[in-house]
Design a binder for this molecule. Structure first.
Ligand SMILES: [Zn+2]
Length: 401
């Protein structure tokens, strides 16, 4: 609370004490003078209440915005974390695929080596056989030929050797083909490996980006959370301030009302359909539940709004006594008339008041000028009819138009 507000509180406390003293001991004249000061203090306080209400509302709206902004970052953060989890899963899968491909490559290398060995062995065999055939003069070969019992057997043996050569040559072809197939497979695996590694590099890069995003979003979240806490703290502070101001105004109002005589709550049906319209104009808002034009929430509208230009003369709906003519929180400059039998009428948002509390008025007397003070979006008369303080449908009391 500010120093000025503390000062105000002290002055109200002093005033309350003085008033109590005046009520108990002082003469009527002294009381009247005090009353005027009290009313002035109350009016000032009620204006401050309206300002505080606007401030509280501003912080409530800002709180809503801050919450929305926080929710947005929270959503972004959640999305980023989901993408990180997915990227991690993708990387894990890629690692598995890479080791499988690497295994394929190792196997291909080993198979190639094996095939190469077979090939060399076959070449070696073939060479030996070719040497045997072409060096036909060698004693071993001759011996083999001549040991044949017949010529046909000799030919058979020669054919056999030739067949053996053919066989080795075929084997070599098969081995060549096999090696080509292995090399092909190895090449495919190598290509796959390169592809997987490129994908892995891409995902790793994405992961780095996502991690950086997460970090900045976390920082942003922290900042917005802090801001929300600040706004909420400020809102609570102003709500407390408002409660304090309202408590003070209630105390003052109670003191002011203590001078008013109690009303009898007798038959009030005599007012039905008999009241004058305080002004004639367009009905801009009816009595009952509605969305408040300033606070944008659902509130009960205790009266009827009649749109008229500022300065329009406002007439007493029925004869009676001025119960209150002052600034009331939300209502702005207001006149309340007491018609007896528990019936009161209220005229809100005036620009100027023409009567003072205690004055008697006749039906149709000008009591104020219309305006837009208090919580109002444009010049109009807010007209209420209450029976024992309970708001009633004003149309039931007004003469039929
Ligand atoms: Zn109204």
């Amino acid at each position: 609370m500010t120093g000025m507000q503390k000062g105000k509180e002290r002055s109200i406390a002093a005033l309350l004490a003085a008033l109590l003293l005046a009520l108990c001991c002082a003469s009527g004249g002294a009381f009247a003078a005090m009353q005027t000061d009290t009313e002035k203090t109350l009016e000032q306080l009620l204006k401050e209440i309206d300002q505080t209400k606007v401030t509280v509302n501003k912080y409530k709206a800002e709180e809503k915005n801050a919450l929305k902004a926080l929710q947005q970052v929270e959503d972004d953060l959640e999305n980023t974390r989901y993408r990180i989890t997915k990227a991690e899963k993708d990387l894990k899968y890629l690692h598995a695929r890479l080791s499988a491909v690497e295994k394929e490559l190792t196997e291909a290398d080993r198979a190639l080596e094996e095939s190469q060995k077979d090939y060399e062995k076959t070449v070696k065999n073939l060479k030996q056989k070719l040497v045997a055939i072409y060096k036909a003069g060698s004693p071993k070969y001759m011996e083999m030929l001549f040991s044949s019992a017949s010529f046909s057997e000799f030919v058979g043996k020669a054919d056999y050797l030739r067949a053996m050569v053919e066989y080795d040559k075929d084997t070599l072809d098969v081995l060549k083909e096999e090696q080509a197939a292995i090399a092909d497979k190895s090449e495919t695996a190598e290509r796959k490996k390169n592809e997987l590694e490129a994908t892995k590099a891409g995902i790793s890069k994405l992961m780095a980006q996502l991690s950086s995003d997460e970090e900045s979003l976390t920082a942003k979240y922290g900042a917005r959370e802090k801001y929300l806490a600040q706004v909420q703290k400020e809102k609570v502070k102003w709500e407390k301030e408002l409660a304090e101001e309202e408590k003070q105004s209630r105390e003052l109002e109670a003191l002011i009302r203590s001078k008013q005589s109690g009303r009898s709550s007798a038959a009030s049906s005599k007012f039905l359909g008999r009241m004058l319209w305080p002004v004639s104009g367009r009905i801009s808002s009816e009595f009952g539940w509605r969305i408040h034009p300033i606070f944008k929430d659902r509130r009960f509208h205790a009266g009827m709004d009649i749109a008229v230009p500022t300065g329009t003369q406002v007439k007493a709906a029925a004869a009676g006594k001025v119960l209150d003519a002052r600034y009331i929180s939300g209502y702005g400059y207001t006149v309340i008339l007491d018609h007896g039998d528990g019936i009161t009428t209220l005229y809100g948002h005036n620009s100027k008041l023409d009567v003072r509390a205690g004055r008697a008025v006749k039906q149709g007397d000008t009591i104020s000028r219309a305006g837009s003070t208090g919580f109002s979006t444009g010049p109009h008369v807010h007209f209420e009819v209450r029976e024992d303080g309970v708001a009633k449908e004003p149309r039931d009391y007004l003469v039929r138009k």
